[in-house]
Design a protein around this ligand. Structure first.
Ligand code: MGD
Ligand code: MGD
Ligand code: SF4
Ligand code: MO
Length: 680
């Protein structure tokens, strides 16, 4: 039996494990790494099952081309030729920005770097983005404004050193299990204080000192009010505010408008709860804010993030172990996809496309005469542009927008209107159905590369088996396309070559190389080969110099319940499935645990509507109606419905609203108006 050390392909925690390969080259299991800094011999249920989907019979094994409306298998040469010629033709006819690229937080750093290089160097467009748009784009923008860097400020090991947590909009034990278990241990064993702010009774709320069940979408009012109390009671960290921040007067003025009585009314809680949270949080020596999608996926997502940053700075909880503002990044390599510049306005390392000196550096390195300077389309605005006929072609690698983007009918119309769609995936998906060409990719188990985890740790991914069928690694496919386009600057002998180029061009990755991260990954910023990486950011000095207080005012969500649609529908995830289910629903043991699309309904609402547990129901919004199984449970508050978006046969994203945050362009997945009735 061969044991190959690699990194989990599911969540951003980045556990490393061994893939077990038998004598016939078949994956037979997973064994946790006892040496790994984060997993320490543990994995969650998805990690334990991460080998199952790889050899599933549904794997895409041959390139496919659409002929007379039907997808037919073909050879690589024809498929790659057609990708190159059609994209070039469309561009020649409609201009560079008529083509867009969706990169992938499932794929490696090297592959994300290559896709953004293909878009920029070969196709001369900044239309490149990925699912971070749907996830932490508010964080990238909000924390960059406050601190000068959009990443998690601290490390996973720091979680054990906090003496108080504010967990808000993060279902930590289900979505980031190995961070959730660290919080539980510290609360149970060491008496750390725990504040949970979430409408749902998540697992952590059972252990919380206080669980605040405010109305979804009212975080700015709540946190402003918490800061109002802290200032009123003189609990702020005066020294930190004086020495390390700017714009405090502005913050003070803004939060003065949020006394607890007013905020409590907006949030649907009591003023007393606000005062309690303020005192617990401010009293802590090391208080840590942990947040995820409940904060970011709103039309005021950036405001939510800035408000979290304000609270951390006001109380001096940043730049030390056990503190910080910690956005838990979701996908295995979403941190890396952002770091690699699979974003419409930056190259790798957040180097701005708008800056002439940066463009000059990349022009020289990539041996091209021209690189575009204007920001390109985001995932969400690309879909809107396609719907309006402004975008003509889309190259999608490792994303499933038909199921993950908001308002599925809108997405379908947009994709149908495109002249040419390339989809590069490991499985058939609702998105491949609309492809003109499907390129079969190798999974994480079939290639070398790196993923960057939520704590900015760059770790190795290693090839354990040969690619299934004729599938090829994404990095090879992208290079092949570039060659077919006549570009000579994307010929590499291995992903390691690509990482050397990344390190040379990307200051925060300057010291990363495969030999240095052979066993243990390094945390960026790691500027040179002698630097040992950075566990805690902003110690002594923020990345931007002084921390910037960026006060925000409460703005209601775009679509609120009314008499016709009286429920607030919130969407998200469950423990056993991952996103659009392409991998977990093909893992027998995982799908068995949660086999049906479901909606959580509060018992009081269910009684009124005569809905019983496990009844089938219809959930409807202004956009569509979806059938799902009712889970009658007080996990959700009265008037709130919660649906995960994992199920193709009951897709939550038929229902969601594609209203966007004006700056981050992130959709409001967490709030829309809905109604529910029994299915006959
Ligand atoms: N098992 C599993 N794990 C995953 C994933 C998966 O699909 N499955 N996906 C990964 C990815 S990419 C991501 S981004 C993360 C997401 O991880 P999380 O963000 O933790 O997951 P969600 O279920 O989207 O939402 C979390 C919580 O936000 C709360 N919430 C909703 N609205 C609000 C609000 O207005 N304010 C506040 N304070 N809270 C609110 C919800 O009640 C919910 O409990 O998980 C990662 N891990
Ligand atoms: N309603 C609602 N919608 C949401 C959210 C929500 O909370 N509510 N959350 C949003 C968030 S946070 C996120 S991150 C997005 C996720 O949105 P997506 O990224 O679109 O969802 P995934 O299912 O992770 O899609 C990844 C695709 O990559 C494929 N894949 C896996 N490995 C590889 C590989 O090595 N190579 C290639 N080429 N393909 C591969 C998988 O088969 C799958 O089709 O969803 C968003 N959508
Ligand atoms: S916690 Fe995340 S990285 Fe670790 S095994 Fe589970 S899904 Fe994989
Ligand atoms: Mo995400």
């Amino acid at each position: 039996m061969k044991r190959v050390l690699t990194t989990c392909p599911y969540c951003g925690i980045g556990c490393m494990f061994y893939l077990l390969v038998d004598g016939d080259g078949i994956l037979v299991g997973v064994e946790p790494s006892t040496q790994h800094v984060v997993s320490k011999g543990q994995l969650c249920v998805k990690g334990w099952n991460a080998h199952h989907f790889v050899n599933h019979p549904d794997r895409l094994t041959l390139p496919m081309i659409r002929r007379n409306g039907q997808l037919e298998s073909t050879c690589w040469d024809e498929a790659l030729d057609l990708v190159a010629t059609r994209l070039k033709e469309i561009q020649a006819a409609n201009g560079s920005d008529s083509v867009a690229f969706f990169s992938s937080a499932k794929t490696t750093n090297e592959e994300n770097y290559l896709m953004m290089k293909l878009a920029r160097a070969v196709f001369k467009t900044n239309n490149v983005d990925h699912c971070a748009r749907l996830c932490h784009s508010s964080t990238v923008i909000g924390l960059a404004a406050a601190f000068g860097s959009g990443a998690m400020t601290n490390s996973i090991s720091c979680v054990e050193q906090a003496d108080c947590y504010l967990v808000t909009g993060s279902n930590t034990t289900e979505q980031h299990p190995l961070i959730g278990s660290r919080i539980i241990n510290n609360v149970v064993n060491n008496g750390a204080r725990l504040i949970v702010a979430d409408n749902r009774k998540i697992r952590l709320s059972r252990l919380a000192d206080i669980h605040v069940r405010w109305k979804n979408g009212t975080d700015v009012a709540f946190l402003n009010s918490v800061m109002n109390v802290i200032i009123a009671e003189g609990l702020e960290d005066t020294e930190f505010v004086r020495d390390r921040t700017e714009n405090y007067e502005q913050l003070k003025r803004t939060v003065a408008d949020y006394p607890p009585e007013r905020a409590a009314e907006i949030c649907g809680i009591t003023p007393r709860e606000i005062v309690q949270v303020s005192r617990i949080f401010a009293a802590a020596e090391r208080a840590m804010i942990v947040y995820a999608m409940g904060i970011t996926q709103h039309t005021h997502g950036v405001d939510n993030v800035k408000t979290c940053a304000n609270l951390a700075m006001l109380t001096g909880n940043i730049g030390r172990p056990g503190t910080g503002v910690n956005p838990l990044r979701g996908q295995n390599n979403v941190q890396g996809a952002c770091d690699m510049g699979a974003l419409p306005d930056v190259y790798s390392g957040y180097q701005k496309v708008a800056e002439p000196a940066i463009r000059a550096k990349f022009k020289k390195a990539w041996a091209v005469k021209y690189l575009p300077d204007g920001a390109g389309h985001a995932v969400t605005t690309a879909i809107d542009a396609a719907a309006e006929g402004r975008l003509k072609a889309l190259y999608i690698m490792g994303e499933n927008p038909m199921m993950s983007d908001p308002d599925q009918n809108h997405v379908r119309k947009a994709i149908e209107r495109l002249e040419f769609v390339v989809v590069q995936d490991i499985f058939p998906t609702p998105t491949t159905r609309y492809a003109d060409i499907i390129l079969p990719a190798g999974s994480y188990a079939e290639k070398d590369g790196t993923f960057t985890s939520t704590e900015r740790r760059v770790q190795r991914v290693r090839k354990a088996i040969e690619p299934v069928g004729q599938s090829r690694s994404d990095w090879q496919i992208l290079c092949d396309v570039a060659v077919k386009c006549g570009y000579g600057g994307m010929k590499y002998s291995s992903p390691e070559d690509v990482m050397d180029e990344i390190a040379a061009l990307t200051p925060i990755y300057g010291g990363i190389s495969y030999d240095r991260i052979d066993r243990v990954g390094l945390q960026w910023p790691c500027p040179d080969k002698n630097h040992s990486g950075t566990a805690v950011m902003h110690a002594g000095k923020f990345a931007r110099g002084l921390g910037m207080f960026s006060p925000a005012r409460y703005r209601p969500s775009a679509e609120l319940p009314d008499s016709r649609y009286p429920f607030l529908l919130s969407t998200g995830r469950c423990y056993f499935h991952f996103h659009t289910g392409t991998m977990t629903r093909r893992s027998r043991l995982l799908d068995r645990e949660e086999p049906f699309p479901f909606v959580e309904v509060n018992p009081a609402d269910a009684a009124e509507l005569r809905i019983q547990n496990r009844n089938w129901v219809y959930v409807a919004t202004r956009r569509a109606e979806v059938k799902a199984m009712a889970h009658v449970t007080d996990v959700v508050g009265k008037g709130v419905l919660f649906m995960p978006f994992h199920f193709e046969e009951g897709p939550a994203n038929l229902l969601t609203n594609n209203a966007l945050d004006p700056v981050a362009k992130i959709p409001e997945y967490k709030v829309c108006a809905a109604k529910i009735r029994s299915a006959p």
